[in-house]
Design a protein around this ligand. Structure first.
Ligand code: A3P
Length: 287
């Protein structure tokens, strides 16, 4: 199950992607009405998928609660993408997702005015979340130890390669694409403000009642018990919530429970070296 598909030097799970599906994603023809959510894994993708889906149906759950997030907002590079695309309502904007690096999609995106929402999260929390995800997803190798996982993450040698490059590459396109940058932390700390920023960017103004519905239906507690959002529709042999639930903790700063002072120091040194030339000033404190 945990085969590797190497594409443009980047490792993808072979269970989810093929050379053809990865190639097809790069050649995708975007429409101006498309909305593309781009993230490094574990940055709040499922959360933003829920928020975006809800914005487009004004908070009403009925159109979405039968349809799991991966079918509602399919990954461009997924092996079943064409099937999901065929089931979309042609009268509605297409909501799409990707974990691909910006360099893979920039040429296709620049040919349209499609909207891109890029979500990033504090990289230490991404690392911790990704570590636990590796424990529960059988299409990813079981980490031998947390230390080993930290080392691989810092070297950009794990699946999806380098968090640092992913964030830098996408953010370098902020001015060139029709793009909005949102952090996991602002969704957490100022959810209503973040929601308004999103709805304005999408040209979908919301009333306060609709905002309340969206905030309720995208809360951690709501999503945790929603089969369309919590990945419980995936067979246990593929994702096993008994090992670690998909919606695991949903907090900011869980890394402090995991990192040793040495791991933290090493992380900070790599972060400084890798992110010093980032085009955007990132809001996280590394301490
Ligand atoms: P944790 O493992 O830290 O709990 P992705 O969807 O990109 O794979 O990211 C998964 C992470 O987002 C998990 O983090 C998950 O709990 C968190 N998440 C999902 N929905 C959330 C929500 N409504 N509120 C807060 N965090 C959420």
């Amino acid at each position: 199950l945990d085969s590797v598909e190497v594409f443009d030097g980047i490792c993808f799970p072979g269970y989810l992607h093929s050379p053809e599906s990865l190639q097809a994603a790069c050649a995708f023809q975007f429409q101006d009405t498309d909305v593309l959510l781009a993230t490094f894994p574990k940055s709040g993708t499922t959360w933003m998928q829920q928020i975006l889906s809800l914005i487009f149906c004004e908070g009403d759950l009925r159109p979405i609660h039968h349809c799991p997030s991966w079918a509602r907002m399919p990954w461009l590079e997924h092996i079943s993408f064409q099937g999901f695309l065929a089931q979309m309502d042609p009268a509605r904007p297409r909501l799409l997702t990707t974990h691909l690096q910006a360099r893979a999609l920039a040429p296709a995106l620049k040919k349209s005015n499609a909207r891109v929402v890029y979500v990033a999260r504090h990289p230490k929390d991404v690392l911790v979340s990704f570590y636990h995800f590796h424990r529960m997803a059988s299409f990813l190798p079981d980490p031998s130890s947390f230390q080993d996982f930290v080392d691989k993450f810092l070297e950009g040698k794990g699946f999806y390669n380098s968090w640092f490059d992913h964030v830098k590459e996408w953010l370098s396109l902020l001015q060139d694409l029709n793009m909005l940058f949102v952090t996991y932390e602002e969704l957490h700390q100022e959810p209503r403000r973040a929601l308004r920023k999103l709805s304005e960017f999408l040209g979908r103004p919301l009333g306060v009642q609709e905002e309340d519905l969206i905030l309720g239906h995208s809360s951690f507690s709501f999503m945790r018990q929603s089969r369309a959002a919590n990945y419980s529709l995936v067979p246990r042999e593929i994702m096993d919530p008994a090992r670690s639930p998909f919606l695991r903790k949903g907090v900011v700063g869980d890394w402090q429970e995991h990192f040793t002072p040495e791991q933290n120091e090493k992380f900070n040194a790599v972060y400084q070296a890798k992110m010093s030339d980032c085009s955007v000033c990132l809001p996280w404190s590394m301490d």
